[in-house]
Ligand binder design. Sequence first.
Ligand code: SF4
Length: 523
Amino acid sequence: MYIQRLYLYMNMTKPSWRLYLSYARMNAQGKTIRPSYLIDMMRKLFPALQIENAVHQIAGKKDALTLLAGELREYASGREGVLSGGELRSLYRIYQGDEKYRAYAQRLKEAAFARYEHKPLVKAVANALYGAVLENSISRLERYAACAYSHFLQYGLMLKEREEYSFEPVDLGNIFHQVLESFAGKLAERNLTWFDFTDEEGDALLREALDASAAAYGETVLYSNARYEYMVERMYRILKRTIRTLRAQLREGDFVPASFEMSFSRVEELEAVNIALSGQEKMRPKGRIDRIDTCEDEGHVYVKVIDYKSGDKKFNLAALYYGLQLQLVVYMNVAAEITARKHPDKEIVPAALLYYHVSDPMIRAEEEKTPEEINQEILKELCTTGLVTEDEKVVSLLDKNFVDKSLVIPVERKKDGTFSVRSSVMAREDYETVSKFVSHKIRQLGVEILSGNIAVSPCKQGTIQSCTYCAFKGVCDFEERIPGYHMRLLGGGTRDDLLVKMRQELEENGPEDKEPENKEQEK
Ligand code: SF4
């Protein structure tokens, strides 16, 4: 660093007549960038220095095209550029008068004055693309809620990224699911349950399940290089922790696993996922529920659904309100309906909708801890997130040792014995509202998809933005500075506010939601 500074100093002290310093105010994406520290230093040394705007090094028409493009964009957006209006017109005329550049300059002008206008698909085209019966995953609906255009590109035009012979984070999630399903099968084959296998038995069965999945996955990609082979060992470590934690969590409660990786598209005529849209149009969401646990007493069957996530996903009621997080509630609706078919004489109680983060966390400790203390810390770290029914009986069935802070469900108690604000609990009647609202939302999204809405309509909620991991950034042309494009800013809201909004929306829409108008189609 010192050597570089010395060179800079030597360069700056060499000129005998004049020294010009220039710096860019924006980067290639148009974002403001800060000048080098040298500029500040020079201004401190020579306070009388004046900064002159944009000294453009223009050696010919080719060089000035960049200037023209930038200035046209500034002008079109009503902002002040470095050229005056007259100068910009003169510059543009120079290109207009040159046959070689005329068409190019014209295109620059059109681009600068471009506006995005949503042109929906004609309904017949939407029907031809998607069919009258939408059979889609819940995550597809969530994608649509996040940006209708990305849904159109992925599920209408079927665009996808070129497949590569590699192992990506999404593959990691797939392997985790496969192995956990296979592990549960192996336990059953050996007449073992989730409550009574030993660590050694669990580790051996896991090894078998993981080796089989890794060998069969993606043309043996996991054995294609040393890095991926190491990845198999890492997965083993994470899954070992997962299996032990899931066992510990189950032992804390009275629930028993009723099914693993249950694909509900195969279950006939489920009301929860057989949704009439309009006329002949229907939607049949499909999916797999990672795990359903149940617990019975004389009059009730309590149902818990668990979704395994390789990322740290949290349940967010505001995201649910906007259709961005429908999965868990749909899974619970399906699980409750299937359980009701098996137990027609009992009342079905949705007990908990939970996410479990498949990981092997590291624990930070100021002082030395015993292995037992470390395990407790890890259990705390791996506590599920989601939603639990606000009912003492339900909570005690989920965690019989719960006193002030549960290690297995997102529930805490205050000193007065009531649930703290950090608890993720909801009264049963409120959950019913949420459940109905999700069915309404699904119908609404389905009707919109089939009405041909393909608007470029990304959204942002808190720090989460639909464009962040979207594969279609290079296709959609979304650019907030171009008029007509708009980032939907979705609010948050307290749980009570959101429930009020949900009830209002349910009342306004009645039992059957109406089809939105498609003006383009009428035309
Ligand atoms: S990048 Fe953003 S705007 Fe473009 S398709 Fe994806 S989500 Fe929509």
